[in-house]
Ligand binder design. Structure first.
Ligand code: ATP
Ligand code: PAU
Ligand code: K
Length: 247
């Protein structure tokens, strides 16, 4: 079995593949200890681990050491590259491009084999443009819903509401008539406006000849403004397999 990990700033997403590369389990945890606990229950036959991380080098090294010591596996870790899977990193300093963005676009290009716009909606929202020839033109980074919400709560005094109100607020996006509706709907509309703008930018560059990929925990919030987008929740893992092939 292979353990795949996508180590973000807020969450670690994990997935287990069997010998036929079929997913036999997955989940989301919010710290290293919780990850070890959940994998320990399923670690029989674990032979390899591969991971992509946007955490600090020290944090990533600590997680790798824990996994290698606890489960007696070797971990392959994605490192920055100028070129991978036909995609050329477009950053002036290629090693500074977030590795989650990098493997997501490598995964998207492997599926599309033509120009693609890759949007990852998580804690942060990122968008990346890859041309038909695999050249990464660059992209954008903005706060995602969790960050927008927390910034509002932190910097204003009267925008509070509870989780129940929040969960009821998104039944539609009409003008809000309570604080919860006003904030929750406002954040979703910010996300949708951003995604619409990105698709318009891609259409300026490539007319109709491109694919839009959506991934990340909040992808479902924007599908209404991107009806032809391909929603691929495991896009990072698809790219991860290309970056760290089975040994
Ligand atoms: N099971 C889940 N666990 C955590 N977040 C979830 C889950 N399902 C949906 N979400 C939503 O996904 C968003 C987080 O997205 P995602 O899991 O892609 O985070 P992320 O960008 O990977 O975060 P990071 O990479 O910084 O850890 C949150 O806004 C949350 O509302
Ligand atoms: C933007 C995030 C936080 C999204 O997870 C990550 O890709 C990252 O830390 N990137 C480094 C900065 C950059 O990509 O330019
Ligand atoms: K992410």
């Amino acid at each position: 079995m292979i353990l795949e990990l996508d180590c973000g700033n807020s969450f670690i997403k994990w997935r287990l593949l069997n010998a036929s590369m079929a997913s036999v389990g997955w989940g989301v945890v919010d710290n290293d200890e919780a990850l070890v606990d959940v994998i320990r229950l399923r670690s029989v036959g674990l032979s390899q681990c591969r991971l992509v991380s946007v955490r600090s080098d020290d944090e990533t090294a600590a997680l790798v050491a824990t996994l290698e010591n606890t489960f007696a596996v070797t971990c392959s870790v994605v490192s920055p590259a100028r070129e991978l899977g036909g995609v050329t990193n477009g950053y002036e300093q290629f090693e500074r491009l977030g590795l989650d963005r990098w493997v997501a676009m490598v995964g998207a290009y492997s599926l599309a084999q033509r120009a693609c716009l890759v949007i990852d909606l998580g804690t942060a929202v990122t968008s990346d443009f890859v041309g038909a020839d695999g050249q990464h033109l660059g992209g954008f980074i903005c706060p995602g819903v969790p960050l927008m919400r927390t910034q509002l709560r932190t910097h204003t005094r009267r925008t509070r509401y509870d989780a129940l109100e929040a969960s009821l607020a998104l039944k539609d996006v009409a003008p809000g008539r309570s604080t919860a509706e006003a904030v929750e709907r406002g954040c979703v509309l910010m996300l949708q406006g951003f995604v619409s703008g990105q698709i318009a930018m891609a259409a300026d560059l490539w007319q109709q000849d491109f694919d839009v990929f959506l991934t990340g925990g909040d992808a479902a919030l924007v599908t209404s403004v991107a009806p032809s987008a391909r929603v691929v929740p495991d896009l990072v893992f698809i790219g991860l397999a290309i970056a760290c092939p089975t040994v």
